[in-house]
Design a binder for this molecule. Structure first.
Ligand SMILES: C[S@@+](CC[C@H](N)C(=O)[O-])C[C@H]1O[C@@H](n2cnc3c(N)ncnc32)[C@H](O)[C@@H]1O
Length: 206
C-alpha cells in the first residue's frame, strides 16, 4: 500500500536535523540562525556598527547572529509577540533592546533608533495547515514590513523578509522591486524541504 501524505511528511520531517544539532552545539537558540548566516555570507548586508531592526525576533537566534556582527557598536531592536529567550534578555544592557508587541500595533514613535540600516523579518503567522490561509497571512506580514521600510529604513538600507510562497507572492515581490535597487528571492539551505518559505531580499532602498 502506498504511504499516505501524512506518513510521507513524517518520513521527511526531522525536527532534530543537522541544523538543529549544529545550533545546539554552537549555542544558538534556534536553527533559523543558519538561514540568516547564509544570507549574510552571500550579500554582507549587515555591517559592524549598523542599526538593525529584527521583526519576529523570538526566540532570538537571528538577533544572536546580528549581535556577533555588530560587535560593541551599532544597535539592534527586536520586536515579537513573544519575549526572546533568557540568554538574549541578558543583552538588554548592551546594544540591544527587545520589545514584546505586534508589528501591526507598535506605534512608529517606538522605533526610536530609526532610520535603520537593515530591516530583518523572519515573521511567520501561526500556521493553520491550510496553505492558502497561511500564505495570505504571510503576505500581509510582508506588506506591513514593506510599509515599515517606507517609514523607518534609511536610504540605501536593506531588507530581508520571510515569505510563504503563494498566489499573492508576486505582489510582495513587486512592492520590494519598486523600492529597492535590486532584489532577490532566496531559499537558504536551512529551510526545511516541506516548507514553502523563501526570503525576499531588497538591496539598497531607493
Ligand atoms: C520563525 S519565528 C522567528 C525566529 C527568529 N528569527 C529566531 O531566529 O529566533 C517567527 C516569529 O514571528 C513572530 N510574529 C508573528 N507575527 C507577528 C506580529 N504580528 N508581530 C510581531 N511578531 C510576530 C512570532 O511570534 C514568532 O516568534
Amino acid at each position: 500500500m502506498a504511504p499516505s501524505a501524512q506518513c510521507l511528511l513524517t518520513m521527511t520531517y526531522n525536527p532534530q536535523d543537522h541544523y538543529f544539532k549544529l545550533a545546539k552545539k554552537e549555542g544558538f537558540v534556534a536553527r533559523s540562525a543558519y538561514k540568516l548566516d547564509e544570507i549574510q555570507k552571500r550579500w554582507h548586508l549587515i555591517r559592524r556598527g549598523a542599526k538593525v531592526l529584527d521583526l519576529g525576533c523570538a526566540p532570538g537566534s537571528w538577533s544572536q547572529v546580528v549581535l556577533k556582527i555588530l560587535g560593541a557598536g551599532g544597535f539592534l531592536r527586536g520586536i515579537d509577540l513573544k519575549p526572546v529567550d533568557g540568554i538574549l534578555q541578558k543583552l538588554r544592557a548592551q546594544n540591544a533592546e527587545f520589545m514584546v508587541g505586534d508589528i501591526f500595533a507598535v506605534p512608529i514613535e517606538q522605533y526610536t533608533e530609526a532610520p535603520y540600516d537593515v530591516i530583518l523579518s523572519d515573521m511567520a503567522p501561526n500556521t493553520t495547515g491550510i496553505a492558502v490561509t497561511d500564505q495570505t497571512r504571510s503576505e500581509e506580514l510582508c506588506m506591513r514590513v514593506v510599509e515599515l521600510s517606507d517609514k523607518v529604513l534609511g536610504q540605501s538600507g536593506h531588507l530581508v523578509m520571510k515569505l510563504f510562497m503563494g498566489g499573492g507572492a508576486k505582489n510582495v515581490e513587486i512592492a520590494v522591486k519598486n523600492r529597492f535597487k535590486s532584489h532577490h528571492l532566496f531559499r537558504p539551505k536551512g529551510v526545511r524541504k516541506e516548507s514553502s518559505e523563501i526570503y525576499v531580499v531588497g538591496i539598497g532602498k531607493k
